[in-house]
Design a protein around this ligand. Sequence first.
Ligand SMILES: [Zn+2]
Length: 312
Amino acid sequence: MPEKLRPVGGQDYPRTFQEFRAWFPDDRSCREYLGRLRWPDGFSCPVCGCGGFWRTGRGLWMCTECGLKTSATAGTIFHRSHTPLSTWFAAIWFVTSQKNGVSAQGLADALGFGSYETAWAWLHKLRRAMVRPDRELLTGTVELDQSFLGGRSKGRPGGASNKAPITIAVERHDRGRLGRVRLELAAKSGGLDMIDFAGEVITPGATICTDGAQMFTRLRDKGYDHQATVGLQATDLDAVMPGPHLVSSLLKRWTAGTLHYRVSTQHLPYYLDEFTFRFNRRNSKARGLLFYRLLQQAVNTDPHPLKDLIGG
Ligand SMILES: [Zn+2]
C-alpha cells in the first residue's frame, strides 16, 4: 500500500472503541476489511495475477481466469486459525489501543482466554507483524550505540552475564528531538555486527555518531559520514550521545512495567520489534491508526504456526 495515501480516521480505520464495535460486529465484516487491506488496489489472483473475480457464498474471492479460490486470510498470520476473526480483531485493538501494549496475562484476562499460552502465542504472532521487512532506512543524523538489557542479576557474582547487548540506532533531529529507532540483539558486546547492522538499517550517506571506538572507522568505507564523539574519553557518554541512552531507559522501563521481565533472550528480537513499532509511532494521537497499520502488516506477514514460535 502506498504510504503517501494517508489513511483517514472514520473512513479507513475506526477512531474509537464505539466505532470499532460498530464496524466489526461479526467475522464477515472483519474478512471484508482484511480483503480491503490486502488488495488496496483491487483483488489480484495469487496464481495467475488476473484481477477479475467472483465472490463465493463463503466470502472467498474466485479468480475468473483460473478458478482459484482465495481467502483474505490465506498466507497471513490468520491463516488456518480456528479462532473467529472478530476475536483476533479485538486482540489487535486491545494491543494497539494501549500506549504500552499488554502482557500475555493481560491479554488472556481481557479476552477471557483460558490459557496464558494461547495469549502468549497470539502476541508473538502479532509481534512478527509489527516490523515490515521493507521498512525504510534511517536517514539524516543517526546515533549508534549499545546498551544492556535484562537479567536482574540478584547479586550473582559477575552479574552482567545474563544481560543481552542491544544495538541501538536512532535518528537525531534538530534541537535533540529523536526520530525513528532500529534495534538489534547483538551477538556480543562491542562486536563487528554493529557495523553490519548499521549497513542494514541506515541510508548510505547518512551521518553516524558513535563513541569513537576504533572499529567504527569502517563506517566510512561503507559510505557513511562518521562522527566520533569524544565518548571514549568523556566522563558522561549519555550527555554526548543522549539518543541511545534515552531509548535504552525506555526499553528497560517497558520490559519491566508491561512485560514484568518475562522476556527470554530467545524471543527478545520480537520484543524489540514491538518496542520499535510503538516507539516509532509514539507521537501518533490516533490509536486507531496503529490498529490499521498492524492489521495491514498482519495480512502481509507469513503465518507462523506455534511450533515455529516455540522453536524461536
Ligand atoms: Zn487466477
